[in-house]
Design a protein around this ligand. Structure first.
Ligand SMILES: Nc1ncnc2c1ncn2[C@@H]1O[C@H](COP(=O)(O)OP(=O)(O)OP(=O)(O)O)[C@@H](O)[C@H]1O
Length: 625
């Protein structure tokens, strides 16, 4: 059993933080952050830290990239030398040797290019998968409050688009910048030697090209982000419509929804068109710029050759070099942009990774002693006590006030009250999904802050209102609570719950595949799987939160009998609107606006003629129970 459960927030608790801190770590605040962020050495170093597993490749990559940055201008320079040398001098033998040299240079350049690309992809992949693994691990360990504050879409955004922008940053930006930057510098040096005046003309034109490029790249990036965000809204709406198709059709909302969807599509089209327009300006503009620069070079160069200040061969060579100098400018502009986007992505990704949980297990928290397997014939339930517990999801707005009760080992506690009265909140505190804002919760005389969440969860079986099944077979879903359980043990658990025949009647019995969100099974069948899953774990504390509400009357009757048998010896908390479920509870707690207003056994409370009796009468009237 000890290995059975996944690690659930291994560390327990320091007291909940003050409200202010919890509220400032607001997801929405963070989302308003910039799309571009200046380069920051600390972030870059941290990112490359994820490439440690492939650091040998990184070293090779730097060496290959530096070599390539020299090779590229060399190859172009070689062409101009061949033209101005053996070709201009009609030297056939020299030309053949030169061509051979050129071929060797070209082959080695492309060979190096192959490894540069391969290693860059491997380094990028290593960083990306390291980051994704870490995000997943960190998010899984966050306490429940985090999932109320941070929207799922935001977490997905970090794992997908932000991490992808980091891939580009790692894979391309640095290495392409080294290659192109090296090419630009080498070309500049050769140009300066070749003809210094023309070189100054070229250098003078560079800032114009850089400025135009930067301006349009920034616009392109913003528009591209707006387009992809609007597309996320389109897909999210589509997914929601498909998931909620019953509500849509049931309330004849097809036309209204189609209208909303059309609006989203129109917005998305507008962003796409804006993006296309900006690209359509940038690309011709860059072309025009280079033609304009060529015209200037022709003019100045022509004038210098007319006055014998340079030879025609030098002018030809210069054109080659100028081209080598200008082409990296546009690429560097694009890479600089990618770097700024990656920096902003890195900041958001690290925000998620570094997001401190509102609370954690205290460093000195101890495992909750587990008496199971120590020869006891019947599983001994735990003792659970609430002492003056006040709790609020926002500590400033308590939803439970001064709750006191004790569940003795093996007792069943029923929680009753109108919707929103605080039943599930009590359950959340028993399971240590939250910590009390004030007061204490004890399990077996251990205050929950002093025990590890992991050990507590190992002794607990929970079936909640919205039961979740993972993709896999019925058997696998049940076995999740105790992976080492044999098929026979799973069957035995189902048999004791009196639902083995229901599972066996499924198309493939216990091997029936459960689809996304348990599709293919009825709600009741899904709940039965979760019941069996909880019971297979042989828990000391059982929590059933509205757990029988979706099971039909006949199945429920079977379950009631099985439950009585199976809950014996365990401490259980049962939340139920169907009051028939908790008739046999040892203690019923009646909640109203976060306070216990009545407590006792069913008969006592009915005889009291108070709130419980009122709820019970309503229930009897509506259910005919
Ligand atoms: N995640 C949350 N964040 C903020 N407030 C919450 C959250 N969950 C519940 N509440 C509030 O806490 C109060 C108690 O809710 P709780 O879910 O405990 O009631 P309940 O009795 O279980 O209701 P129901 O029978 O409808 O499940 C309600 O006012 C509810 O709005």
């Amino acid at each position: 059993m000890s290995t059975a459960k996944t690690k659930v927030a291994e560390s327990a608790q320091t007291p909940p933080p003050p409200a202010k801190e919890a509220l400032t770590l607001n997801d929405t605040d963070h989302e308003n952050e910039v799309q571009f962020k200046p380069l920051e050495w600390g972030l870059i170093r941290r990112l490359f830290g994820y490439a440690k597993p492939v650091k040998g490749k990184v070293a090779w990559l730097v060496a290959l990239t530096l070599t390539r940055s020299v090779q590229l201008p060399m190859i172009t320079w070689a062409v101009s030398l061949i033209i101005s040398g053996p070709i201009a001098g009609h030297d056939t033998q020299m030309l053949l040797w030169a061509l051979l040299g050129y071929l060797v240079l070209a082959l080695s350049t492309d060979g190096i290019f192959h490894f540069r690309m391969r290693f860059a992809l491997e380094v990028g992949e290593s960083v990306v998968s390291g980051l994704r693994t870490e995000i997943f691990e960190k998010v899984q360990r966050q306490p429940m409050g985090f999932f109320h504050r941070v929207k799922l879409g935001r977490v997905l955004g970090r794992v997908t688009s932000d991490v992808e922008s980091l891939r580009v940053g790692i894979q391309d930006v640095l290495f392409v910048t080294i290659t192109q930057g090296g090419q630009l510098i080498v070309a500049a040096i050769i140009m300066a030697f070749c003809d210094f005046v023309l070189f100054l003309v070229v250098v003078g034109m560079a800032p114009i090209l850089w400025g135009v490029n930067r301006h349009f790249r920034m616009r392109l990036s913003s528009e591209s982000r707006a387009a992809s965000e609007s597309f996320s809204r389109v897909t999210a709406t589509l997914a929601e419509s498909v998931n909620g198709i019953r509500v849509t059709q049931g309330f004849v909302r097809q036309e209204t929804n189609a209208g909303l969807f059309r609006n989203l599509l129109n917005t998305h089209s507008r962003f796409n068109l804006a993006l296309a327009r900006t690209s359509a300006i940038l690309i011709p503009m860059l072309e025009l710029n280079s033609q304009f620069f060529i015209a200037i070079l022709l003019m100045v160069g022509g004038w210098r050759t007319f006055h014998d200040l340079m030879t025609i061969a030098d002018l030809i060579q210069f054109f080659f070099l100028a081209n080598l100098f200008f082409s990296p400018l546009a690429t560097l502009g694009a890479q600089y942009n990618n770097a700024l986007v990656a920096m902003a992505g890195a900041e958001r990704v690290f925000w998620l990774i570094d997001h401190k949980p509102d609370w954690e297990d205290a460093p000195d928290a101890q495992p909750l002693p587990d008496p199971r397997g120590q020869g006891a014939a019947i599983t001994r339930g735990a003792r659970v006590e609430f002492r003056n517990v006040t709790f609020g999801y926002d500590p400033q707005k308590p939803v439970l006030h001064d709750i006191n009760f004790t569940a003795e080992p093996g007792q069943t506690i029923g929680l009753v009250g109108h919707t929103g009265s605080g039943k599930s909140s009590i359950i959340g505190l028993v399971a240590k999904f939250y910590l009390p804002t004030a007061g204490e919760v004890f399990v077996d005389a251990h205050e929950v802050r002093t025990i590890t969440s992991h050990s507590l969860h190992q002794q607990m079986g929970i079936v909640q209102q919205q039961n979740f099944l993972f993709t896999g077979t019925v058997l696998e879903n049940i076995r999740m609570s105790r992976p080492e359980a044999s098929d026979d043990e799973v069957r035995e658990a189902a048999r004791r719950l009196d639902c083995l025949d229901i599972f066996e009647a499924l198309p493939d019995g216990l091997l029936t595949e459960v689809g996304e969100r348990g599709s293919g099974l009825s709600v009741g069948q899904r709940q039965l799987i979760c019941f069996t899953r909880a019971l297979l774990a042989d828990p000391r504390i059982v929590i059933l939160d509205e757990a029988t509400s979706s099971i039909d009357a006949m199945t429920e009757a079977r379950l009631q009998t099985a439950l009585v048998e199976l809950l014996r010896g365990r401490t259980s908390f049962i939340v139920a609107h169907r009051l028939s479920t908790i008739r046999h509870a040892d203690q019923v707690l009646v909640l109203d606006q976060g306070r216990i207003v009545e407590r006792g056994r069913h008969e006592e409370l009915v005889a009291l003629g108070g709130r419980y009796n009122e709820l019970y009468s309503q229930f009897v009237q509506t259910a005919g129970d």
